[in-house]
Ligand binder design. Structure first.
Ligand SMILES: [Zn+2]
Length: 83
């Protein structure tokens, strides 16, 4: 287990985090990263806004309903981890 989330890991695990499927220590580390990283806070805000929008449209899975180009654009706003 890595001691800190990278931005990339946070993006990959955000759905799990929001759905409450993540162990408490991972949630704690992810929350800590959000406190320290304004880029990921901005990503979380737009991700939640998208989910709310999708839920308002009907009972569909947010993952399949999220347009591919929007997902790519959201990722492009994040700084690239070095590894
Ligand atoms: Zn970050």
């Amino acid at each position: 287990m890595t001691p800190m989330f990278t931005c990339r890991e946070l993006v990959e695990e955000l759905r799990e985090y929001l759905d409450g499927e993540m162990p408490w220590y991972r949630r704690w580390l992810l929350g800590l990263h959000l406190l320290l990283c304004s880029a990921c806070r901005a990503y979380l805000a737009s991700y939640q806004a998208t989910r709310r929008l999708v839920k308002g449209l009907g009972d569909v899975d947010a993952r399949t309903a999220l347009p591919e180009d929007l997902s790519v654009r959201l990722h492009a706003t994040l700084p690239r981890p070095e590894k």
